[in-house]
Design a binder for this molecule. Sequence first.
Ligand code: BGC
Length: 523
Amino acid sequence: MAGGGIAPSPGGGKAYPGNLTLYVIVTCVVAAMGGLIFGYDIGISGGVTSMDSFLMRFFPSVYHKEKLDANTNQYCKFDSVTLTLFTSSLYLAALASSIVASTVTRKLGRKLSMLFGGILFCAGALINGFAQNVAMLIVGRILLGFGIGFANQSVPLYLSEMAPYKYRGALNIGFQLSITVGILVANVLNYGFAKIEGGWGWRLSLGGAMVPALIIILGSLLLPETPNSLIERGKRDEARAKLVRIRGISDVDEEFHDLVAASEASQKVEHPWRNLLQKKYRPHLVMAVLIPFFQQLTGINVIMFYAPVLFKTLGFASDASLMSAVITGVVNVVATWVSIYGVDKWGRRFLFLEGGSQMFICQIVVAICIGVKFGVTGVAAEIEKWFASLVVLFICVYVAGFAWSWGPLGWLVPSEIFPLEIRSAAQSINVSVNMIFTFLIAQVFLSMLCHMKFGLFLFFAFFVVVMSVFIYFFLPETKNIPIEEMMYVWRNHWFWSKYVTDDDLPANGRSAMEMQAAGEKKV
Ligand code: BGC
């Protein structure tokens, strides 16, 4: 496994001088808003769709199935295509807009892309907050999705371009952390707003998304454009002056020249998509597709989107369901810190494999619990308190396993393995695959629960085994490897060395012998 001998130099391999200036700190705050917006949307819909007043108004048939028929098959009581469309439409819209957003971000700059994102998001939140019918709800969700497509494309890019290289890794997981905080905030607000007299609290839950949206609009107006983007659009003098201000020093020559060189090199690549099909990029292409696919097949969004609905399905009272969602939300945030702490110490592979085993055990236990209680008929018996607590406990351990493995690493690993010449194309494949499968899980989960019953948890457990085996055999360790030396990792891998040969290594890089001398072995 590659590791040990290389000095940590995340991001560039070179130690450019520069300070952590106010500009950069404000950048982090705006970036956090981008993550919060995304997380808020993930977390808000489940709680809202479990509120009686909301269901009664927009999805009366689901409400009646849930309330009036005591003998209803528990597994199927929330199975409604329009109800899931409310949740899932957002991700389809995000997928569509991220394709447009990548051009806007490149041609018009990161700031404008963020501004578009904020405005679309604000409009969506407003329409949702004042919704009178299902159509308004879905139009609102689609606008939110468009906003997310823009924000998720521009904010992470903006961040990694503004951050001094030393902070890039931490900032990357910082984005995931803010997603988890957004989910938690949504869960807490749902819990509080559900108690409002008159049952209109869901309007506040949905409309509340305006707060981070307004902050991102304001931020995009006030923040400077990144030097990279200015160079990309031919404004070199302005870019240099900006770099001086951002880094807080006058000696920015080396970084500036490298930025210009990188931009020129990437503009020479005429067909980034076709490029990606070359043999030497096979490992990158496989990872860009499989990592986001597997991340969603852990089943995490079943919990994130539908925890309150799921807990209600298990016979919890409405209040207890929302409370349990708050508990899983807290676990998600806290466990993400474990990853921030350990990712560069223990490595990616260890976290992936440990998290996978933990998720697998929990899924099996939850499947057994639900199977024993509801059998295949799904008609509820009395739910004892200890049973409910046991299920919540295992769901929490499962969420923790995800939050320090596939959650952050599902975004971090792809972002650090792509060489510059394929980075934008590979990254958009990564984001698109993630959105497609987020959409599919959101759309089909309730009907899968209805048909597969407790077996649904076994279905996800099966995929967790497949993905762990995949990681074990095919993902080399990438901790502490400078990005431009990443090709060596594939070259030294038992399988990927079939695709990446010595000819594909950077000419100025270290030789295989040097790597061996540094104590690195094949995986
Ligand atoms: C995933 C989301 C998920 C979230 C949970 C992210 O990494 O991409 O789909 O809802 O983690 O914290």
